[in-house]
Design a protein around this ligand. Structure first.
Ligand SMILES: [Fe+2]
Length: 172
């Protein structure tokens, strides 16, 4: 029996928060720069896998919910995912350990925190109220499978999804 997709998303959020916290600690330690680079690389890839997995297996159902005809919460979430991606791309373009690198990571952290809290209250909570546990477990299995197929962001390119185009594609 697979886990409920909303709980799997929360577990990822918890991991993201802990990784950003570790990066904050590594920031002041020049001897651990290599470690910071690795932590960031793994974190950025996981953020991309997570966002893409949601776009594949959570937000299509979210966007088609009867109580959200315009899919505004979904549009907002995909826009947030694009902000997170933009900040990650920015960090990838900078030299590890540079001021610009750290500030791109801060930007990513900020965009991700904003998104996670909105997603938890505006998406996950309402979704749970209108769906069955069995359905959420079915999505959970697909979410997990997507994550393992794309582990380390394999086959994903950090490119923007564009909220309008996304909503149109999944609701047509
Ligand atoms: Fe998300």
């Amino acid at each position: 029996m697979s886990a409920d997709i909303t709980e799997m998303i929360l577990d990822d959020h918890d991991w993201f928060r802990r990784r950003f916290l570790l990066l904050a600690e590594l920031r002041d330690d020049a001897d651990r720069l290599d470690e910071a680079g690795k932590v960031w690389d793994e974190l950025a890839r996981h953020l991309e896998v997570h966002a893409s997995a949601e776009e594949e297996h959570f937000y299509p159902s979210m966007a088609r919910r009867a109580d959200d005809e315009e899919a505004s919460a979904t549009e907002d979430a995909v826009g947030d995912h694009d902000d997170i991606r933009a900040a990650a791309r920015k960090a990838f373009d900078q030299e590890v350990g540079s001021e610009d690198w750290w500030s791109a990571i801060d930007e990513c952290d900020h965009a991700n925190n904003h998104h996670m809290s909105e997603e938890e209250s505006d998406d996950l909570a309402p979704f749970r109220r209108v769906t069955s546990l069995a359905f959420r477990q079915e999505l959970g299995a697909k979410f997990e499978q997507f994550k393992s197929e794309h582990a380390g962001a394999r086959g994903l390119d950090f490119s923007d999804k564009d909220p309008d185009a996304y909503v149109e594609a999944v609701t047509e």
